[in-house]
Structure formats: structure tokens, C-alpha cells
Design a binder for this molecule. Structure first.
Ligand code: 5GP
Ligand code: MN
Length: 338
């Protein structure tokens, strides 16, 4: 993989590009994709954002979302666009299978692939250019650098600022995680100078629940939560019946796992959700318990040291039991986190 700096001169030649991110894109995946889209479009390139799947309703207000193609509902058109692209920008994921059913299409396309990501252990063999930096708060921070370092700060505008702020805010847990550096705050200051209306973005993302979502959460805390103080661990298992009963939509379970970490003394939090084709795990931790390694070792997943995900093909009860049985192996590590 050549460095991202080596790609900068290529920005001056007209090209066709696809921008994609991980399936079920979050604020950072969507924000970085749309910010890059607006930047490349201003440079005169022919650009399409293709999301591997649909996305949460609370992201639909973002500038440019109306032009994003959902691969799962437009396979033929999306495949043709990828096949005609000179470049595929791969944002906010470290391994191609995070694009789900788009993986073979991207892998087999003749397009040059460019990685911009902050997850651990990237599969750099799959990309010709790129940057992978786990110290970055978000892919949005990296897109800001991409625009500024390639010499185009003058193209930063309010729409780009809005998209970048969304990812910076969501991936730093509203500027509270340790990844929130002085640089992050300096970038936000710059975005404010461009006219950013940060309060509106917080509202659009966080004050956008349905009544059903709040009832679902109430039920989850009351009936689906298991706390193991002896392992400093809390876990939730969400059966499919809850998803139907409370009419949950994509994104409605996002952030739920973080509440478990707000219990005094809890350092490791996990949630498993019974999705259509798999049981999807989310893991969060505080301190030096590395959930990326945990997810990789036991649940075919990965991510960051303090936030990772994984999956299981077993039933929700079976995979939940597997999780509980694993805790004893980690007792020493878990109880030593302070
Ligand atoms: P979440 O729990 O919010 O879905 O994901 C937490 C972090 O782990 C995100 O940065 C996400 O991209 C990553 N992640 C989630 N699931 C997986 C997975 O199955 N594989 C890998 N490699 N990363 C994942
Ligand atoms: Mn991210």
C-alpha cells in the first residue's frame, strides 16, 4: 500500500470514483463519505457514494444523503458504477468483508482502492494507496487532514464541516473518549469558523428517537440486562421478538451498549442482538481491556481497543452462554482494570 501523500497528485486528473464505508454506516462512516464526496465533487470529479446497506434514520438529514446509493436495494446499478470507477475510496473499515455483499464486487473491480481508516490491523494488501492510523479519533478527522494536507483547505465549506463534525462527535462519544485530542478540538474550532451549527447536529443525532425506541430501552434495562460485578462486566442479549415488538429500525440499538459502561465499577460491556442473518455483538471497555482482541479471538470480529464488534451464527441464547463462560478466563484481567 502506497502512502496517502502519494495519492495527492492524482487529485488533479479528472476521475470517476466510488466512496464506500462499512455496512450499517454510523455517523463517522456516513460523515466521512459525504465530506469526501463534497470535496471531490468540488474538484470536478465524477463521484458516487455507495453504502453497502441502509443506514439509520437519524443520519438521513446529512447534506448529500439523498444521493447515496444503498447497494442492497440497487445491486445492478451500484455494481455497474463500481465496475466503471477508476478509484474506490474505502472509509472507516479495515477489511473488505465489512462491506458485506459488496466485498466481491470491490475485490474484483479493476479500480485502484484507497483506504482511509482508524481501525486496528488493516488488511493493507487489499489497497493500493491509503492511510491507517489507530490514534485518529475518527475517519472524519482523517478526511479533514486529507483535504488540508493535499492543499485544499479553501474548499472546506459548511456542508463538509457539518459532515465532518458528525463523525468527530459520534466516534468520540461527544468528545469524551481518550481519542479526543487537542487536535480534535482545534479542528472543531476551525469547523465553527466555517459556520458550523453544532447544537443542531447533536439534536438531529441524539434527540431523534421514536417512542418505541425508548420503550425498547426501558424493557432492555429491566429484562435483558445481566450484571456480573465479579467480572466488572455487564451484558445484554436482545431477542428478535423485542425488535419486532418495539418496531425497531436500523440504528435504534446504537449506543445502548455504552449505557452499560455507565454502571459504577463496570469496565467491560457487551450486547448481542438477534439480527436476520447473524447474532451481532458490540463490545465496549474502559482502560486496558482490549475488546478488539476479545472480538477477534472469540467472535470473528474486530475494531478498536475500547470499542469493537463481532458476530455469531449460533442462537442468541447459545452465543450469550458462550460469552458468560468466557468471562472466567478473563477474570484476572477484568478485575485488574482500574
Ligand atoms: P459497533 O459496536 O458500534 O457496531 O462497532 C464498534 C467498532 O467496531 C466500530 O468501529 C466498528 O466499525 C467495529 N466493528 C463492528 N463490528 C465489527 C466486525 O464484525 N468486524 C470488525 N473488524 N470490526 C467491527
Ligand atoms: Mn470510525
Amino acid at each position: 500500500m502506497q502512502s496517502i501523500e502519494q495519492f495527492y497528485p492524482l487529485l488533479n486528473q479528472p476521475f470517476k470514483a466510488v466512496i464506500t464505508a462499512h455496512q450499517k454506516p454510523d455517523g463517522d462512516a456516513m460523515g466521512s463519505s459525504l465530506a469526501l464526496y463534497q470535496f471531490l465533487t468540488q474538484l470536478g470529479h465524477d463521484v458516487t457514494v455507495i453504502s453497502p446497506t441502509n443506514w439509520a434514520q437519524f443520519l438521513a438529514w446529512m447534506p448529500g444523503t439523498d444521493k447515496v446509493i444503498d447497494f442492497e436495494s440497487n445491486k445492478a446499478k451500484a455494481t455497474e458504477i463500481v465496475n466503471n470507477a477508476d478509484y474506490v475510496f474505502c472509509l472507516d473499515f479495515n477489511i473488505l468483508h465489512r462491506t458485506k455483499h459488496m466485498e466481491p464486487i470491490i475485490r474484483d473491480s479493476k479500480a485502484t482502492k484507497i483506504l482511509i481508516d482508524h481501525h486496528q490491523q488493516p488488511d493493507i494488501e487489499s489497497f493500493q494507496f491509503g492511510i491507517s492510523d489507530v490514534k485518529m479519533s475518527s475517519t472524519c478527522e482523517m478526511i479533514y487532514d486529507f483535504i488540508v494536507q493535499s492543499g485544499h483547505s479553501n474548499l472546506l465549506n459548511l456542508d463538509i464541516a457539518t459532515c465532518l463534525y458528525t463523525g468527530l462527535m459520534t466516534d468520540t462519544g461527544s468528545f469524551r473518549f481518550p481519542s479526543t485530542t487537542a487536535t480534535v478540538h482545534k479542528i472543531v474550532a476551525h469547523l465553527k469558523e466555517l459556520g458550523l451549527q453544532h447544537a443542531k447536529i447533536h439534536e438531529a443525532i441524539y434527540d431523534n428517537s421514536t417512542e418505541g425506541r425508548l420503550k425498547f430501552m426501558g424493557n432492555a434495562f429491566l429484562n435483558r440486562m445481566h450484571v456480573f460485578p465479579e467480572y466488572k462486566t455487564a451484558v445484554m442479549a436482545i431477542p428478535k421478538t423485542d425488535i419486532y415488538k418495539f418496531e425497531l429500525k436500523t440504528g435504534d440499538t446504537e449506543g445502548l451498549v455504552n449505557y452499560l459502561l455507565s454502571i459504577h465499577g463496570i469496565k467491560f460491556a457487551a450486547i448481542v442482538i438477534d439480527r436476520e442473518e447473524e447474532r451481532k455483538w458490540s463490545f465496549r471497555s474502559k482502560g486496558n481491556f482490549d475488546v478488539n482482541i476479545f472480538a477477534r479471538t472469540h467472535f470473528d470480529g474486530g475494531g478498536h481497543a475500547n470499542a469493537a464488534g463481532g458476530a455469531s451464527s449460533k442462537s442468541v441464547d447459545e452465543t450469550f452462554n458462550d460469552f458468560k463462560n468466557l468471562l472466567e478466563n478473563y477474570k484476572t484481567q477484568l478485575t485488574q482494570i482500574n
